[in-house]
Design a protein around this ligand. Structure first.
Ligand SMILES: NC(=O)C1=CN([C@@H]2O[C@H](COP(=O)(O)OP(=O)(O)OC[C@H]3O[C@@H](n4cnc5c(N)ncnc54)[C@H](O)[C@@H]3O)[C@@H](O)[C@H]2O)C=CC1
Ligand SMILES: O=C(O)C(=O)Cc1ccc(O)cc1
Length: 310
């Protein structure tokens, strides 16, 4: 059983959906005395302070992280290496640094270059929505969701203790913690998250092209499955640009396999091969049933909307 841990001061760098959700969850559960927001956008900081997500805001990273015993990188993945470099001089001795990025290999490389006095534990809460910004955050986002940790290869005692603290933090906000290496994470998430997002962006883009000849029919009759795709396709373009650039190799690998499967389906339809189609669809149904039986069907389409409380 992982014990929840407490922090004196947390600096959240990037006060968007995930940063503000962690801030709200920590505040609600009494896991920190003070929350400082650091963001390059002054408007974000003003809004976050107004709605009570942060106690104070700073556009200067150096000032914002001074005195923090927990530093959270919750920016898009593409700027994390630069933020990490800036922390090498700015962060207090012994600070626990975590990130929440959707890709782990790239940030792990930057984290490994930090001085030994700092303890960076890469993390990925596998929980989110299509929304962005501080107003989108809510305290229960991480409850009963996975958080994957990909610790650096370091076996000094202070680092091992920092990994335990990171586990305690996520357990403290209600998540279930899993530890794996960064390459494994990036391949697994390419399958379960990155490819599905790519398909949603592509499908909705294609439907939008058709819309120009279908004169409103796509919007009028969009139901069920397509609506779910449009929700995912409404996700932040900058965040997802960075995910695909940072996880290029793994995504190209699974995209290659997906394209092959798609070609098989195309052929089955062309040649009226009902047996091939039925077999392929039956595989999909049994995978879904296995997920439900394992109690992992947490991604209801309205996840987060019916219990969103700051
Ligand atoms: N949106 C989601 O559902 C999930 C996102 N993630 C990861 O969490 C991270 C944050 O995503 P969101 O919270 O959705 O993004 P967001 O767009 O809501 O917030 C990002 C914030 O970072 C700030 N920012 C950008 N560059 C900065 C810099 N150089 N210095 C300081 N602040 C900077 C932006 O102004 C913005 O306020 C990403 O790395 C993403 O991969 C992880 C799990 C789920
Ligand atoms: O909104 C959804 O359906 C998501 O899948 C949210 C999400 C986006 C990115 C992540 O790294 C983890 C979760």
């Amino acid at each position: 059983m992982t014990e929840p841990v407490k922090f004196k001061c947390v600096a959240i760098i990037g006060v968007g959906l995930i940063g503000s959700s962690l801030a709200c969850a920590m505040r609600k559960r009494g896991l920190t005395d003070q929350i400082i927001g650091v963001d390059c956008d002054e408007g974000v900081l003003a809004r976050a302070k107004k709605i009570g997500v942060i106690d104070d805001g700073e556009t200067s990273l150096e000032k914002g992280v001074s005195g923090a015993d927990l530093i959270v990188l919750s920016t898009p993945v593409g700027v994390m290496s630069d933020v990490c470099k800036a922390l090498s001089a700015a962060a207090d001795d012994g600070a626990l640094i975590i990130d929440v990025g959707s890709v782990k290999g790239s940030v792990a490389k930057a984290a490994a270059a930090l001085p030994e006095r700092l303890h960076f534990v890469p993390c990925h809460p596998v929980a989110g929505t299509e929304q962005s910004g501080p107003e989108a955050g809510f305290a229960s986002l991480f409850e009963d969701r996975w958080c994957i940790l990909t610790p650096l290869v370091r076996d000094d005692e202070p680092y091992k203790a920092a990994v335990k603290r990171a586990e305690g933090l996520w357990a403290g906000v209600g998540a279930q913690v899993e530890v794996m290496d960064a390459a494994h994470h990036d391949l697994a998430l390419a399958v379960t998250s990155h490819l599905p997002h790519l398909i949603a962006f592509t499908l909705v883009g294609a439907a939008d092209d058709v819309e120009s000849v279908a004169h409103g029919e796509v919007i009028k009759y969009s139901a069920g499955g397509f609506r779910d795709f449009t929700r995912i396709a409404a996700s932040d373009p900058i965040m997802w640009r960075d995910v695909f650039l940072a996880n290029k190799d793994a995504v190209l690998e699974v995209l290659g396999r997906f394209s092959e499967e798609l070609a098989v389906m195309q052929r089955a339809i062309r040649w009226s091969d009902g047996k091939a189609l039925e077999d392929a669809f039956a595989r999909g149904r049994s995978l879904r049933r296995a997920i439900v039986d394992a109690g992992q069907e947490m991604d209801a389409p309205n996840f987060g909307r019916d219990k969103k409380e700051r």
